[in-house]
Design a protein around this ligand. Structure first.
Ligand code: ATP
Ligand code: MG
Length: 238
């Protein structure tokens, strides 16, 4: 479903991605792990067509993301590292606006907006202006805009960043309870989050993929002993 081939990305003389290739099948929940500056956000921005790669290709269902960027953006729900919010809008108006942008059919918009406000625990603040919300609430508004059109593919860049422990748990439940055939890519620095949500893990180090495996395989060393994700991560990422 999502296929990348030898992606390279340069920012001036900095090479943020080095020959990144992988395939993600429909329904997979994949965690991106890597230290600060490893290239996770850059990779997500390229997958969602918000940033062109310097070389290499990304296809989604066989279509090039850059050539078909509008169609791709409709298919994908994307929570960027910094949510794209309009601070002067109320939460409800903004979520409605996101629904219109993503072509949710006009007849169903009101019901869909209310459903998502509930799913993201935003009902209490639906009438408030986004700029006065706390960081965690703003993050939840960002999640709401990402899932407003029930996208087949969800790409979430540190979705629980800034949330309180109760909300972190709720967002994890929300992701886990998405329909079965939904494809999810999530980046996080919280390793337990990956253990709870992901079936597959990609570890990125200095722009290169240093591990791409099922979580259960990754947690088993060569002798068959169980190891923690933290041990694996510390060994492979520095
Ligand atoms: N717009 C840009 N211009 C110049 N360099 C950039 C730009 N965006 C990213 N980089 C560089 O690319 C590299 C990868 O950054 P990226 O934001 O993808 O890392 P990350 O894995 O998401 O890190 P973090 O965990 O801190 O979010 C870094 O060296 C960063 O400085
Ligand atoms: Mg990042």
């Amino acid at each position: 479903m999502i296929r990348t081939e030898k992606l390279n990305k340069f920012f001036g003389s900095t090479q943020a991605l080095k020959g990144v290739s992988f395939e993600i099948q429909k329904g997979e929940i994949v965690g991106f792990l890597g230290r600060n500056g490893a290239g996770k956000t850059t990779l997500m921005r390229i997958l969602t067509s918000y940033l062109p790669a310097s070389s290499g290709a990304v296809t989604i269902d066989g279509k090039d993301v850059l050539k078909d960027s509008l169609a791709v953006r409709r298919k994908i729900g994307y929570l960027p590292e910094t949510p794209p919010l309009y601070p002067n809008m109320t939460v409800r108006d903004y979520v409605r606006f996101a629904a219109q942008l993503k072509d949710v059919p006009a007849k169903g918009i009101s019901a869909q907006v209310e459903k998502i406000l509930d799913q993201c625990y935003l009902r209490k603040v639906a009438h408030r202006t986004i700029s006065v919300l706390s960081k965690g609430y703003q993050q939840r508004v960002g999640i709401a805009q990402a899932i407003i059109n029930d996208p087949q593919i969800l790409i979430l860049d540190e979705p629980t960043n800034g949330l309180d422990p109760v909300q972190i748990q709720r967002v994890r439940e929300l992701i886990k309870n998405l329909e079965k055939d939904r494809t999810v890519i999530i980046s996080t620095h919280i390793l337990s989050e990956i253990e709870q949500i992901a079936q597959r893990v990609l570890i990125i180090k200095d722009g290169e993929i240093v591990a791409d495996d099922a979580l259960s395989n990754l947690l088993c060393d060569e002798q068959g002993w169980q190891q923690s994700l933290e041990e694996v991560f510390l060994r492979l990422s520095q």
